[in-house]
Design a protein around this ligand. Structure first.
Ligand code: HEM
Length: 131
């Protein structure tokens, strides 16, 4: 089976409500009939009409159901010379290092018992001198 090949210039012509094409992961989709059904709204699809929008599509974190559904709207592929590789952005998850965590949590708490000890010694000495 041969898949129809399109260039970005071909896709660019389908950039409004009458004909809405998108390029996602080097596949070409005609979402004209899906505009009103799209759970994210038609606006966002129209904003990307006629364009390569893999990054924005992936940023939304579309479900596997959405990925399955999109096959229905696939009409072809982007020509190979215009292929792009999508590199997933690193999510900014916090990373913890146990030592950092301990020092953040307990920081300079060791100063408290030492200070109390020093104050106690000073008080003891002053008190014994008074007697
Ligand atoms: C063939 C293309 C597309 C299909 C089949 C599709 C399908 C869906 C589906 C089924 C949902 C519901 C949530 C989910 O199941 O993930 C959704 C939500 C959404 N989509 Fe799409 N989508 C497409 C393209 C796009 C594009 C290009 C954008 C542009 C950024 C986009 C933006 C959104 C947004 C903003 C939501 C709402 C997310 C939320 O409310 O949390 N979609 N889409």
């Amino acid at each position: 089976m041969t898949t129809t090949q399109y260039s970005l210039a071909d896709v660019k012509k389908h950039n409004d409500k009458n004909s809405t094409w998108l390029v996602i992961n080097n596949h070409v989709y005609d979402v004209t009939s899906y505009l009103l059904e799209h759970p994210g709204g038609e606006e966002v699809l129209l904003e990307h009409a006629g364009q390569e929008c893999t990054e924005d599509f992936e940023d939304v974190g579309h479900s596997s159901d959405a990925r399955e559904l999109m096959q229905k709207y696939r009409i072809g592929e982007l020509i190979e010379s215009e292929h792009t590789t999508y590199v997933e952005k690193k999510k900014n998850l916090p990373t913890y290092n146990v030592d950092d965590f301990t020092s953040q949590r307990y920081g300079k708490y060791w100063l408290i018992p030492i200070s109390v000890g020093i104050v106690a010694v000073i008080l003891y000495h002053s008190y014994s001198r008074l007697r």
